[in-house]
Design a protein around this ligand. Structure first.
Ligand code: HEM
Length: 174
């Protein structure tokens, strides 16, 4: 057992990917409810949902970014994987800045029950960077195979068990 399992997750069960689901889900909800409010569908409740989803996304981002950062630190600097992961980080941090500014300048829209144009555009720009970052994150996992064990013969009960797989080191970042 390694102490780093606490913040990086176990081999075969990394922490960063499930947290990214929560984060991307919250920001997706913000984009959808923001659009609903702007076009006048359930304008007031949608404005409330938009701002609350942004705040939930920002809170989730803190844990998501920390676990991603912990994995990023294990990558050999200057490698193609490192360059891809660093671009991923830059894109996600840029998205976070846009979502944060949208939540700050859009608070009035939340209290008045109507999302304004400026904060909605900031939300969409944040979402574009989030999508780009998600694409790059996918490349880290599915192109480079970072944190992937690929134990195709592993019995199901061992694959799902919350226990390390000591017989196989992970690709980069094991
Ligand atoms: C809003 C914040 C972030 C989101 C939504 C996010 C999203 C993602 C996604 C979707 C993947 C692919 C996971 C999969 O295959 O299921 C990924 C992988 C990865 N991300 Fe992020 N990321 C964020 C922040 C960061 C940051 C700040 C860093 C580095 C400082 C980082 C480093 C990594 C690394 C190293 C991987 C591949 C290994 C792993 O799964 O941990 N991420 N990220």
């Amino acid at each position: 057992m390694k102490l780093s399992y606490l913040w990086r997750g176990l081999p075969g069960h990394p922490l960063h990917p499930p947290l990214t689901d929560a984060t991307i889900g919250a920001y997706t909800a913000a984009a959808v409810t923001g659009l609903a409010s702007v076009v006048g569908v359930a304008e007031k409740p949608a404005a409330h949902g938009w701002w609350l989803a942004l705040v939930v996304g920002l809170i989730a981002t803190s844990l998501t970014a920390l676990t991603g950062f912990a994995d990023w630190l294990t990558i050999t600097w200057g490698t193609p994987l490192w360059r891809t992961a660093t671009l991923h980080m830059a894109s996600m941090l840029t998205a976070t800045v846009f979502f944060l500014i949208a939540a700050l300048v859009g608070h009035g829209g939340y209290t008045h029950g109507a999302v304004e144009g400026g904060p909605f555009i900031l939300t969409l720009v944040g979402f574009a960077f989030l999508t780009l970052g998600g694409w790059l994150g996918g490349a880290i996992t599915y192109v480079y195979g970072m944190r992937v064990l690929s134990l195709v013969e592993e019995p199901a009960h061992r694959a799902v068990a919350p226990a390390p797989h000591p017989e196989k080191e992970e690709a980069e970042g094991g």
